[in-house]
Design a protein around this ligand. Structure first.
Ligand code: PMP
Length: 369
C-alpha cells in the first residue's frame, strides 16, 4: 500500500472546524447520459477549439514568464461582454476573474468572512456556499426557503436584520431549485444587509430576469455579482469564473488573491472562448427550449416540477429519492440527489440525452414513483 496509508484523517492535527466534514462530491461516474453537474451539453465548435489551440500555442511561447497578475485583457473582454448583455457600462476595474466562480467565492470569504464573522444562505441552495464559508472559519447560518422552494423575501430581510451577517448569499437562478429573484427582491435584501451581498448568477444567461449588475451603482459598497463561464459558455473544463462589483470592492480582492492565480494558458483560452460568445450562447436558446419540453413531459408523467429559470430542473414528489436516483442510474442516466426529500435534479442535456432521461422517468413513474 502507499507509504503512510495507515494514517487516517482522524490522526491528523486538522483544524477543529474541518473534523468530520465531507468533501464536495458530485459523483463522476462513467455513464452514457450524465445530467448531474449542470454543464452545457453542447461541445465547443470547431472554430472555438481551433482558436483556443492557436491562442494557447502562442501563450506557450511565454511560459517562462509569469502571467499578467491582474488579467487585464481578459477582464476587459468580460466587461465588454457584460456591457453588451446588461446595458450597464462596465470597465476593467469592475471585473475580477479567477479559476471558476468557486475561487471567486473563496476570495470573497477570505476578504469579508473569517473567524468571528457570519455568512447566511437560504437553503436548499448551492452547497459550496456553506463549504467555502466553513473553509474560512466563518460561521454559517441558514434559513429555509418556503415549501415550494421560493424565497420569502420579507422573512429573509427580517432574519438579516436579526443576525446582521457579514456575508449574504443570494443565488439567482438558485441551484438546485432553478428559481430566480427580481431586482426588487435583491434591492430589499441589499438595503438591509450590513455586510456584503453576493448574488451568485452562475446560471444568469439561462434566465430572462435582469441581472443584479443593474444595482451596482446604487450599492457599490456591498453588492457583488458572481458569474461563470462554466455553464452557458460551455467552458466548465477551462475553469473561469468572474465577478462584477465596484472598483473598490474589486481592489479589496487583490489583498487575498494569490499572485499569478490565473495561468497564461487559462487567460489565453478564456479570451479565445469569449471571442466565440455569440456562437456558444446560441446554444442557450436550444437548452431553454429543451427545458420546456422536459418540464412538460415530466409534468404529464405525474411529476411535480419546480419552475426553472436555469439549465436544470428539480422534480418530485418521489416516495424515496435515493431509490429513484438508482433507478435512473440503472437505466444509464446519472442525475443528482441533493438530499432534498422526495426530489431529484436533472440537468437539461442534448435532445437525445433528454429523451433517455424522459424514458427512464416514464419507467420510474410506471413503477409508482
Ligand atoms: N455557483 C453555483 C450556483 C453553481 O451551481 C456552481 C457550479 N455548480 C458554481 C457557482 C461554481 O461553478 P464554477 O466554479 O465552475 O464557476
Amino acid at each position: 500500500s502507499a507509504p503512510g496509508a495507515r494514517f487516517t484523517l482522524a490522526d491528523l492535527p486538522l483544524r477543529e472546524a474541518l473534523r468530520g466534514q465531507h468533501a464536495y462530491g458530485a459523483p463522476q461516474l462513467d455513464v452514457p447520459v450524465a445530467l448531474n453537474t449542470n454543464e452545457n451539453p453542447h461541445p465547443p465548435s470547431r472554430a472555438l477549439v481551433d482558436d483556443v489551440a492557436e491562442s494557447v500555442r502562442q501563450a506557450a511561447t511565454v511560459l517562462h514568464r509569469y502571467p499578467d497578475r491582474d488579467a487585464v485583457a481578459l477582464r476587459a473582454d468580460l466587461a465588454r461582454y457584460l456591457t453588451g448583455r446588461t446595458g450597464v457600462e462596465l470597465g476593467v476595474e469592475n471585473l475580477w476573474a479567477a479559476n471558476g466562480s468557486n475561487e471567486i467565492l473563496q476570495q470573497l470569504l477570505q476578504a469579508y468572512g473569517g473567524p468571528g464573522r457570519t455568512a447566511i444562505g437560504f437553503v436548499p441552495s448551492y452547497s459550496m456556499h456553506s463549504i467555502i464559508t466553513g473553509g474560512t472559519d466563518t460561521t454559517w447560518v441558514e434559513m429555509l426557503r418556503e415549501a415550494d422552494f421560493t424565497l420569502d423575501v420579507t422573512a429573509a430581510v427580517a432574519e438579516i436584520g436579526r443576525r446582521a451577517p457579514d456575508v449574504v448569499f443570494l443565488t439567482s437562478p438558485n441551484n438546485p431549485t432553478g428559481q430566480s429573484l427580481s431586482l426588487d427582491d435583491i434591492r430589499a435584501v441589499v438595503s438591509v444587509a450590513p455586510g456584503i451581498v453576493i448574488v451568485d448568477e452562475a446560471y444568469g444567461e439561462f434566465s430572462d430576469r435582469p441581472s443584479a449588475i443593474a444595482l451596482l451603482d446604487e450599492f457599490g459598497d456591498r453588492l457583488v455579482v458572481t458569474r461563470t463561464m462554466s455553464k452557458a459558455f460551455a467552458f466548465a473544463g477551462g475553469r473561469l469564473g468572474y465577478l462584477v462589483a465596484s472598483p473598490a470592492l474589486v481592489e479589496s480582492l487583490l489583498l487575498v488573491r494569490l499572485p499569478y492565480h490565473l495561468s497564461v494558458v487559462t487567460q489565453a483560452a478564456a479570451r479565445a472562448a469569449l471571442r466565440h460568445a455569440d456562437d456558444t450562447l446560441a446554444t442557450v436558446a436550444a437548452i431553454v427550449a429543451e427545458r420546456g419540453r422536459v418540464v412538460a413531459e415530466l409534468t404529464a408523467l405525474g411529476y411535480s416540477v419546480v419552475d426553472s429559470d436555469a439549465n436544470f430542473v428539480l422534480f418530485g414528489h418521489l416516495t424515496d429519492a435515493a431509490i429513484a436516483w438508482q433507478r435512473f442510474l440503472d437505466r444509464g442516466v446519472l442525475i443528482r440527489d441533493l438530499r432534498i426529500p422526495g426530489h431529484l435534479r436533472a440537468t437539461i442535456g442534448l435532445a437525445a440525452e433528454n429523451d433517455a432521461f424522459l424514458r427512464a422517468a416514464a419507467e420510474v413513474a410506471a413503477d409508482g414513483l
